[in-house]
Design a protein around this ligand. Structure first.
Ligand code: NI
Length: 128
């Protein structure tokens, strides 16, 4: 695992994002990636068989849709953990800024591949 910056600023990192639904790794700690992403519109339905997924909303409103339980609506400052193995689909009616924490191996669209899928390599390319 590469050496990542250990000192930055959250909003500065958001400022470097140019694409929606394209996670940017901003820190690595204990085998976990801390990522920032800008969300707008709908994201693909997917699940992560072995990984929980932590979401924190920095700005805007973000909804996590589920098939088997009520949706969770997150406002600025709210956080939520999507349990492993549970199918979910994020949606942001307007631009939202999201912080994610997940194991380095987690694929953001799970085993589903869509036009929005970004490789882990592309998410960490700027740290190399
Ligand atoms: Ni997910």
């Amino acid at each position: 695992m590469m050496q990542a910056a250990f000192h930055s600023n959250l909003d500065k990192e958001f400022g470097l994002i140019t694409e929606f639904w394209s996670p940017r790794v901003v820190a690595v700690a204990n085998g976990q990636y801390v990522k920032v992403a800008k969300a707008r519109g709908e994201f693909a339905w997917h699940s992560h068989a072995d990984e929980d997924e932590f979401f924190l909303v920095r700005k805007g409103t973000f909804r996590v849709r589920y098939r088997d339980r009520p949706d969770v609506v997150l406002h600025e400052g709210d956080f939520h953990v999507v349990p492993k193995g549970v199918e979910h689909s994020p949606i942001a009616p307007e631009e939202a800024w999201i912080v994610l924490v997940e194991p380095a191996a987690t694929k953001h669209t799970g085993d589903t591949v869509t036009d929005l899928t970004k490789s882990i390599e592309s998410q960490i390319a700027h740290l190399r």
